[in-house]
Design a protein around this ligand. Sequence first.
Ligand SMILES: [Zn+2]
Length: 412
Amino acid sequence: MSYVKGLRCRECGQTYPVGPISICSECFGPLEVDYDYDALRAAVSRFSIESGPPSMWRYRSLLPVDGQRVIDLGTGFTPLLRAENLGRELGLRNLYLKNDSVNPTYSFKDRVVSVAVSKAIEFGFDTVACASTGNLANSVAAHAARAGLKCYVFIPAGLEVGKVLGTLIYQPNLVTVRGNYDEVNRLASEVADRYGWAFVNINLRAFYSEGSKTLAYETAEQLGWKIPDQVVSPIAGGSVLTKINKGFRELLKLGLVEGKEPRVYGAQATGCAPVARAFKAGAEVVSPVKPATIAKSLAIGSPADGEYALRTVRRTGGYIDDVSDDQIVDGMRLLARTEGVFTETAGGVTVAVLRKLAEQGRLDVEGVTVAYITGNGLKTVEAIDGCLAGAPGAIEPRFEEFEKTLRQKEGA
Ligand SMILES: [Zn+2]
């Protein structure tokens, strides 16, 4: 059993019983899972969490799943790495990386999908589906395979090979659509209405998105039950940033940590920066854009939770910035060179924005800073194929050949 009271509209407050719905029928606002925090406060302790499995499911009480069967590939409890080298380069004394590139399908999406597919089983669906920019496709296909459910995955044409292959290997029904993500999502919404499938990020969105809260829970636990001062999250649809914030607020509400919510900073690619643009313009509404960036996993021109991300960043005193494609590649290379972490373009966006924020003096240099690295670099090798130009030519298998190379390297 869970501590879920029901669903509540984020705009008008109308409540609904738990079901596969995500939109308020009164005002079309998004629905949010509502918990019984008084009961949770009595039931959940640091000890009860620490006694759980070494995965995101150690926070099961704080997730909206009632069924017996949870589809868990071992997602979560990913490393929180102290980043001294990168911190030194950026002038940040207490920098950490939450490395979600090492989840079962190599992105943070396993967190949301593990919840959504478990919920789909609980609701009795036999088919799971999604509209995806790539990472979600990988994760939904993998979890459907493990759950033994039928699977339909909708992606825009032109995705990176790693993301297409990383989906096909699980043998779902892959539907490639000539159009961008926003067009794919519109089509998928029509299919969801007609076929009654469990679309993890459409009709199960209220439950799905809750999985991202575990990024915050883990961060706090791994810091020794402390809240960071500032966090940097990428923004695609805007959901992960708002849910990281919700996760920290819940820990505070439940008395599991002390302090106050962190300042939340958002990162976008300049080629798809509708939320950054609205933030800088002081606007309350996010105007859609047509994406054109190498950060394809963040290429959502009409972000469903964009306005909530805006409000979260403004309320906490953070900032939202964006970086060019060249800066994204530099960010990927900087992270790999300084910390040994190979992230995809979305992680490059986060690191490049982190650098920009640090250079502009927008961050507290002494504060505990956590940057969320949400996906693996092997998914987006196209973005960095320029690196291959720097690869040295082959040498003959002779010792003196090696020594010649060494002398060149060392500049002797
Ligand atoms: Zn409503």
